[in-house]
Ligand binder design. Sequence first.
Ligand code: NAD
Ligand code: G3P
Length: 334
Amino acid sequence: MAQKPLSHIGIIGAGAWGTALAAVAARAGRKVTLWAYEPEVADSINRQHLNELYLPGIPLDTSIRATTDLSAVSANDALLLVCPAQALRSVTGSMARHVKPGTPVAICAKGIEQATGKLMTEVVAETLPEAVPAVLSGPSFAADVANGLPTAVTLACADDALGEALVEAIGIPAFRPYLASDLIGAELGGSVKNVLAIACGIVEGRKLGASAAAALTARGFAELTRLGVALGARAETLGGLSGLGDLILTCGSRQSRNMSLGAALGEGRDLAEIIAERVTVAEGVATAPAVVALARRHNVEMPICEAVAAIVTGEASVDDAIGGLLARPFKREA
Ligand SMILES: NC(=O)c1ccc[n+]([C@@H]2O[C@H](COP(=O)([O-])OP(=O)(O)OC[C@H]3O[C@@H](n4cnc5c(N)ncnc54)[C@H](O)[C@@H]3O)[C@@H](O)[C@H]2O)c1
Ligand SMILES: O=P(O)(O)OC[C@H](O)CO
């Protein structure tokens, strides 16, 4: 039977990225319902067509309807999960009874659950077992996408027909989803690059130079690839938009929350203070220790991620972590 078009898209999470994806789906001609955690965010979207808290100054299509009622998901043909990784289990658990069996559910959060070390696909398999999972990930700053600047991303789905229907539902010339079937590879790239972006930020904040930043990004990519392959991901996914593509973006720009948080750490600022000043999430902070635990379970060496985890958990100072990386024995590159 031919896959019917996905005309009504439910977006779970009205932070910067959920709001940008709502803008994309509306531009693609879809009916969009956006679930917000905060009533004032839903109110601002419905009344002023703005999300002043998370995506300030960007006018939204007036057709986007916001709600705080999770039962609204039952009216959607497909769902995009865009809440922070550490909140995904509680949100999907609360909405589970409203999700129709067979609904495609695209994970857009980039992180690993700290309490369990589980990937978002595992969390969704446990909380929404009758949904069809997909992963949407790649180089995409919310403000760029909401402003209509072009990018391309990976959309991974094990069901080809549903994957194609999702691409049709949200793809527009300025937002080009490339279809893939490797969900683990697609989600792992986005999760690990956030940790590596903190490391690159530290290099920037400590003024260690552009050569150090490039070397760190390349060695970080080697770490990401080792872990991905150990978890069954395909190397070409890790070298694609959702892996290398997003790593280059996030490691290279202070527009990234993870990179700028690292830069502030590198400048000598205190982590708790940096976080307290922000309303937005920097996923790499919670994901760093989770990546390290996952890597140890699979006997994968990830010294840069270990260094970031040691810094964010307060086990090492920035200088000690940098010194530890530079003192590692020389070895073969591959
Ligand atoms: N912002 C981007 O450019 C971008 C791009 C791609 C992917 N992502 C990913 O999307 C996810 C969401 O990020 P964002 O940038 O939209 O968020 P954000 O930082 O703009 O906002 C934080 C979000 O967390 C929500 N929240 C806070 N506590 C919550 C709770 N207990 N339960 C449910 N929701 C809660 C808030 O309502 C808000 O939606 C992250 O995993 C991020 O890595 C972000
Ligand atoms: O601002 P960041 O560091 O959360 O990065 C946003 C996106 O993941 C970039 O693709």
